[in-house]
Write a protein that binds this ligand. Structure first.
Ligand code: ZN
Length: 65
């Protein structure tokens, strides 16, 4: 398991990320991505309540099964 942001070794404290920094970066990227896609509803995508949804996903960001 590697950090989805920088592919460094994952820290159990911040998994699936390697650090708090990357966790914040991913959140910011998630927000930017949701706002950049006009077809996505902001009210649904505003707060991802499934933080662990990104744990198993590598290519499909924000896609929940
Ligand atoms: Zn990282």
């Amino acid at each position: 398991m590697s950090c989805p942001i920088c592919h460094a070794q994952t820290d159990p404290k911040y998994r699936p990320f390697c650090s708090r920094r990357c966790a914040d970066l991913d959140l910011a990227r998630w927000f930017n991505g949701s706002y950049a896609v006009p077809s996505q509803r902001e009210e649904d995508a505003e707060i991802p309540d499934a933080d662990e949804g990104t744990f198993g996903g590598t290519s499909g960001d924000g896609r929940l099964h």
